[in-house]
Design a protein around this ligand. Structure first.
Ligand code: G1P
Length: 293
């Protein structure tokens, strides 16, 4: 029986240049979808999946992410004084116990693999989750919980995958599939951002991983791959054989908040899924569509 997954790594060191000027002083992970920063959705998903410890791999200028998940005594006492108890609860629900919140600085932007490697000391020798907050998932059962449940069955590495259009394979880590069993695809290899013509499949990794700590030894070799970066996909590929690698075709819908259109799509989708907003939002969207015909 594989060890329980208790810790998650959230790489949040990126500059967010696609969202300038919004990201000039605000980390891109702090930009809200509806009324919550994108990174809070990731934390809520992880907590709902039983994750207890959170390791943010950050960079200078990202201090507001740690502040967002810490207590805010001034705001909290003001809300309590004004008897705004619902708002007080919203604020207090964002707080993570300080012993469970860790920040590690990624001094050089050497790639996703390097960002994950930065968390090695804090993870140690146990399976762990990686969450890329840019990928938001709307689902009944939290996507990370689906992965953890699958990991309890098969162990090794288990990542969330979905089929993408072939002309999009050069944006993702792609599985070379050995066999499929229901929602689980066993991989015999992985390729980071292959050209559509060379991609071994169209099954793409999205930003949710459960990883065996064996990956750290590979990341420690600091081998560079696509884009001259230390790629997580490449390190995982080199561990196939030592531990099993499965992609889980998760139940849910993923939104890529790393692009402007994906970010707008996420706002609309999460708005339409929001019980307090959907009834007012739907006619507005319909009217906007009719107006632009
Ligand atoms: C990263 C990974 C890639 C994965 C993707 C999911 O790419 O390197 O394998 O498919 O996240 O969002 P990035 O989006 O950082 O270019």
């Amino acid at each position: 029986m594989p060890q329980r997954v208790r810790k998650a790594v959230l790489p949040v060191a990126g500059l967010g240049t696609r969202f300038l000027p919004a990201t000039k002083v605000i980390p891109k992970e702090m930009i809200p979808v509806i009324d919550k920063p994108v990174v809070q959705y990731a934390i809520e998903e992880a907590r709902a999946a039983g994750i207890e410890e959170f390791i943010f791999v950050t960079a200078d200028g990202k201090e507001s992410i740690a502040n967002h998940f810490s207590v805010h005594p001034v705001l909290e006492s003001m809300l309590a004084e004004k008897k705004k108890f619902a708002e007080l609860k919203i604020v207090q629900d964002t707080t993570l116990p300080s012993a469970n919140l860790h920040m590690v600085k990624q001094h050089d932007p050497l790639g996703l693999g390097h960002a994950v490697w930065c968390a090695w000391q804090l993870i140690g020798d146990e399976p762990f989750a990686v969450i890329l907050p840019d990928d938001m998932v709307l689902s009944g059962v939290p996507c990370l919980k689906q992965l953890i449940d699958a990991h309890a069955q098969v162990g090794g590495h288990v990542v969330a995958v979905e089929n993408v259009a072939r002309d999009q394979t050069n944006r993702y880590g792609i599985l070379d599939v050995q066999s499929e069993d229901g929602r689980l695809a066993k991989a015999k290899g992985l390729v980071e951002k292959p050209d559509p013509a060379k991609a071994p499949s169209t099954l793409a990794i999205i930003g949710r991983y459960i990883l065996d700590p064996i990956v750290f030894k590979e990341l420690d070799k600091r081998t560079k791959g696509a884009g001259n970066e230390i790629q997580l996909t490449d390190a995982l590929n080199r561990t196939i054989g030592a531990v099993p690698f499965h992609g889980l075709k998760f139940d849910g819908k993923r939104y890529d908040c790393g692009t402007r259109v994906g970010f707008i799509e996420a706002n609309v989708a999460f708005g339409l899924a929001h019980p307090e907003l959907v009834d007012r939002l739907r006619p507005i969207i319909e009217r906007l569509l009719a107006d632009t015909k």
